[in-house]
Design a protein around this ligand. Structure first.
Ligand code: UD1
Length: 428
C-alpha cells in the first residue's frame, strides 16, 4: 500500500502572533490515547487489521515501529492503518522505542496473553514526575504472572493466565488497559474493580469485543471479562478510533483565549461534559452541535477553580489549557492537580509571558492579567507545549514555542488547523 500522505516534518519551533479572533470550523482527529492502545491490542491475534481515523502524529509512528519490532507489518494510507500480525510474534519491546513514549507499556498485557511472556523496557516518556507501573504489575500478578526486572527490562511470564478479581488502588488508565488485554485470553472470569472509565477504555473494549472477546461493563467502575481460551478464540477486526477529546479541548481553550466563535467538528460533547461545564461557568457559550461542539466567547472570561480527577472528572490533560486560559481571565482561579505531581513545569514558561501564577505543592494560584506578552518559550511535553501555543494566541506580539516536536507527538499539524480558523501560526 502506498504512503500517500507522509507525515509532516515535525518543526523545531512554532511561531504565533497574537490578536486574531478565531472563526470557523476546526476538525479533531482520532484520539492518540486510544489509537495507541488499539494498535497494541492487535498483538493479541494473527491477521490483517484496519484502523481508521488514526491521527498522523509521532506517537503513532513510534507504536508502529514497536509493532514492527515484534514482527508485524504496519502501513499507513491517509488516516487508515493496516496492521498485519503474523502467526508468531517476538514478545519484546526494545528500549530504543519504549524510552521515547510511555504508552508503550500497554504492549505488556497483550504480549503476555499471546505468548506467555513479555520483555518490555521500563518506560520513559513525558517529563512530569515519576510514573510507576506497580498497579499494572500487581494486577497481572493476580492473573498468575511472575515478574523480574534486569538490565532495564521488565520480564513477565505466565504460560496460562487465570481469571481473577482485581481491585485497583486507583482507576489507572494504563493498568486497566493492560489488565483488559491480558484477561481476554485468560481462563475463566476476570473482574476489574475501580477500573478507569475513560472513553478510550470503552473504545478499546469495543475493538476487543469485535475481535471475539467477551467484555461487559466498559465505562463503569467494574469491568467483567469472560476469558476466551484457545489459539483461535480471538481474530482480527476493523475499527475506527474514537474522537480526541484532548485535541478538542485544546481548540475550545484556543477560542476561549483568542475570542471568536468556532465549531469543533467531530468533538464529542458527551465525552467532555465537565470541561464544557467549567467553560460555561467562565462565561463561554458552549453546546453540542450536529457536527460537534459549538463555542462562542462573548467577552473576557471570568476565573473559576479547577481540580483534576479521573474521568468523568476534569482530565489532567486539560489542565495546562485551563491554566493558560485563567492567565488572562478576570479574577483569581486555583487549579489543583491530583494525578501527576510534576505537571506544573510549563508555568515557568507562562510566567515568561507575563502570567501571574504562584504554585504551592499541587496547587497553582492563577491571577488573571489583562493581556500576556509574546515571548520565546519551550515545550516540555505534548499538552504543555500546546498550552503555550494557545496562550500565544491571546498575547501581544510574537510567541515562539521551541521544542515543538513534543507537540507533534500528539497533534496532527496543529498550526495548519489553527490557521484554518484565522490564527496567525507558522513554523520556523
Ligand atoms: C493515561 C494518558 C494520559 C492521562 C492519564 C490520566 C495515555 C497514553 N496517557 O496515562 O494522557 O493523563 O491516563 O488520565 O493514555 N500510577 C501509579 N501506578 C501505576 C499506574 C499509575 O502510581 O501502576 C499513577 C500515576 O503515576 C498517576 C496516576 O496513577 O499519578 C494515573 O495514571 P494512569 O491513569 O495510569 O495514566 P497513564 O495510563 O499513564
Amino acid at each position: 500500500m502506498a504512503e500517500e500522505h507522509p507525515l509532516p516534518e515535525a518543526s523545531p519551533q512554532l511561531v504565533v502572533r497574537g490578536g486574531a479572533r478565531l472563526e470557523g470550523t476546526i476538525r479533531v482527529g482520532g484520539a492518540k490515547n486510544s489509537a495507541l492502545k488499539l494498535m497494541a491490542a492487535t498483538l493479541l491475534a494473527e491477521g490483517s487489521y484496519r484502523l481508521r481515523n488514526v491521527p498522523r502524529i509521532t506517537d503513532v509512528e513510534l507504536m508502529s515501529d514497536l509493532l514492527r519490532a515484534t514482527g508485524c507489518a504496519v502501513e499507513r494510507d491517509g488516516d487508515q492503518l493496516t496492521i498485519v500480525v503474523p502467526s508468531v510474534i517476538e514478545p519484546v519491546a526494545p528500549y530504543e522505542i519504549v524510552e521515547q513514549f510511555r504508552a508503550s507499556i500497554v504492549v505488556l498485557g497483550p504480549m503476555l496473553a499471546r505468548c506467555g511472556e513479555a520483555r518490555v523496557a521500563l518506560p520513559g516518556g513525558d517529563d512530569f514526575g515519576p510514573r510507576p507501573i506497580d498497579m499494572h504489575v500487581r494486577g497481572l500478578t493476580e492473573l498468575g504472572a511472575e515478574f523480574d526486572t534486569a538490565h532495564g527490562y521488565i520480564h513477565a511470564r505466565c504460560p496460562n493466565l487465570l481469571g481473577a478479581r482485581v481491585l485497583l488502588e486507583f482507576p489507572s488508565v494504563g493498568a486497566t488497559e493492560n489488565l483488559l488485554m491480558a484477561s481476554v485470553r485468560a481462563k475463566g472470569t476476570t473482574t476489574i474493580d475501580n477500573a478507569a472509565r475513560e472513553p478510550e477504555i470503552i473504545d478499546l473494549c469495543e475493538m476487543l469485543n469485535k475481535m471475539g472477546a467477551q467484555i461487559s461493563g466498559a465505562g463503569s467502575s467494574t469491568i467483567t471479562i469472560e476469558g476466551v481460551d484457545g489459539a483461535d478464540a480471538l481474530h482480527c477486526a476493523d475499527h475506527s478510533v474514537v474522537s480526541d477529546r484532548i485535541e478538542a479541548a485544546t481548540y475550545l481553550a484556543a477560542v476561549a483565549i483568542a475570542g471568536g466563535e468556532i465549531i469543533v467538528e467531530g468533538a464529542r460533547h458527551d465525552h467532555m461534559v465537565m470541561l464544557c461545564q467549567k467553560l460555561g461557568d467562565m462565561g463561554m457559550r458552549i453546546s453540542p452541535d450536529a457536527h460537534g461542539i459549538w463555542a462562542l466567547v462573548p467577552r473576557r472570561l471570568r476565573s473559576v477553580d479547577c481540580s483534576t480527577l479521573p474521568y468523568p472528572g476534569l482530565a489532567t490533560d486539560f489542565k495546562p489549557f485551563l491554566v493558560s486560559l485563567l492567565a488572562t481571565a478576570e479574577g483569581v482561579g486555583i487549579v489543583t492537580e491530583n494525578l501527576f505531581s510534576g505537571r506544573f513545569r510549563y508555568i515557568d514558561e507562562l510566567r515568561r509571558m507575563g502570567a501571574d501564577i504562584r504554585t504551592d505543592s499541587h496547587h497553582a494560584v492563577v491571577r488573571g492579567v489583562e493581556r500576556l506578552s509574546g515571548a520565546p518559550v519551550r515545550a516540555h511535553d505534548i499538552r504543555a507545549g500546546a498550552a503555550l501555543l494557545i496562550a500565544g494566541l491571546g498575547a501581544e506580539g510574537t510567541t515562539v514555542v521551541a521544542d515543538a516536536h513534543h507537540i507533534a507527538r500528539g497533534y496532527d499539524d496543529i498550526a495548519a488547523k489553527l490557521r484554518g480558523v484565522g490564527a496567525d501560526v507558522g513554523t520556523s
